[in-house]
Design a protein around this ligand. Structure first.
Ligand code: FNR
Length: 368
């Protein structure tokens, strides 16, 4: 269908389900085991209601903000997702161009279909890219990878910490067995194309807080932990000098029945605030199940101005890139930006920094 007929983010998903190969569709869409976390990630947002403010002059709504010091036209970013080439020949490069042209930040996966050099090359002048790091068992590889990310102009390192083992994604596994497909080593073991077995594992099962400290000491870039799921781990991240965390369960692809990140956010931010642990400049990002402007505004409102919030979307950009490439990515961003603007007007806010917990009712979410 023509892009002009696409109304919302779900439309891209529907189209992708029809044009992708079975292998690719199952790989992108699946979650771990019973897919409870996959579903709840999104449903949890529906348990939050707004408390819109009336009679506010909202002629000049502005969706722009800064994330980790970089300007962005919207408070959301493209999250790291492996193997974008399964959906479009230009893979992460067309995502880079689409995001960059819309003033949106792209987080690049360690397991992208294109090399980091190629994706950096596709960056639009002035656009921002972040690098997602899977910590290799070999410390030299970690050092070299971080150095390369710095040299190629990446502006932050996101260390993924929810993948000490591969999630049990049964649909995906079943497909690989039937199709004998071994290219989709996204999150784990050895990257496709490398001599299997000969290289150390891409995911360090021993990854510890000490190693995170070492990574922080290796780079001047901000280091954030992606995949944090409990309050005390946010606290540890603060204590060892991380610039932030991403509350995430890897889009429901890792431990099934992990909590929806928005619930973790609603629980942890007030606790950390009460303990005096939160600095307004500390970054608590969130991803998983975000599909609407309203979802994004809810995440921002929960944290208010107690910390900095960025909202990541994974699958929506893989789907938008599928078939349409750069244009699809741009369209997805435009749709979400228009939703955000309309929702902000209806909510009675002009700028994102006006959002706070007075704009939402979380009683159905956290039971009080
Ligand atoms: C991912 N995600 C991911 N995360 C990461 O840190 N490194 C990676 O290589 C990948 N790869 C990946 C592949 C695919 C196909 C998906 C769907 C996801 C997780 C991603 O960054 C993000 O946490 C989730 O996708 C967020 O959930 P939604 O937006 O897809 O619901």
């Amino acid at each position: 269908p023509a892009l002009s007929r696409i109304q919302n983010i779900y439309d891209f998903e529907h189209i992708a389900s029809r044009v992708l190969t079975d292998v690719a569709w199952n790989y992108y869409s699946c979650g771990a085991e019973d897919e409870i976390t996959l579903r709840e990630n999104h449903y949890a947002y529906q348990r939050i209601y707004f408390r819109p403010k009336c009679c506010v002059d909202v002629q000049n709504v502005d969706t722009s903000t800064t994330l980790l010091g970089s300007e962005t036209s919207v408070p959301f970013y493209v999250s790291a997702a492996a193997s974008a080439k399964l959906g479009h020949d230009d893979g992460e490069c067309s995502i880079a161009r689409g995001a960059g042209k819309e003033g949106v930040i792209q987080m690049i996966s360690s397991f992208s279909s294109y090399s980091l050099e190629e994706i950096a090359e596709a960056r639009i002048p002035g656009a921002t890219q972040w690098f997602q790091l899977y910590v290799n068992e070999d410390k030299n590889i970690v050092k070299k990878t971080i150095k390369k990310a710095e040299d190629l102009g990446m502006k932050a390192i996101f260390v993924t910490v929810d993948a000490s083992s591969r999630g049990n994604r049964e649909k995906d596994i079943r497909m690989r067995i039937t199709e004998d497909h071994d290219e989709l080593d996204d999150d784990h073991s050895v990257r496709a194309g490398s001599t299997s077995g000969a290289m150390p594992s891409f995911i360090d099962k021993r990854l510890s807080w000490d190693e995170v400290k070492e990574i922080i000491s290796l780079t001047k870039l901000p280091v954030l932990l992606k995949g944090v799921q409990r309050t005390d781990d946010i606290e540890k991240a603060i204590d060892i000098g991380c610039q932030g965390v991403v509350l995430s369960n890897h889009g429901g692809r890792q431990l099934d029945t992990s909590p929806p990140p928005i619930e973790v956010m609603a629980e942890s931010v007030p606790i950390l605030k009460a303990k005096g642990k939160l600095d307004p400049n500390f970054n608590i990002f969130i991803d998983g199940g975000v599909r609407r402007g309203t979802d994004i505004l809810k995440a921002l409102a929960i944290a208010g101005q107690d910390c900095k919030v960025g909202v990541g979307l994974g699958r929506p950009f893989l789907y938008a890139n599928t078939g349409y490439g750069e244009k699809g990515v741009r369209k997805a961003i435009q749709i979400l930006r228009e939703e955000l603007k309309a929702d902000m007007r209806l909510l009675g806010v002009n700028t994102l920094d006006q959002l706070d917990s007075s704009y939402i009712d979380t009683r159905r979410l956290i039971g009080r």
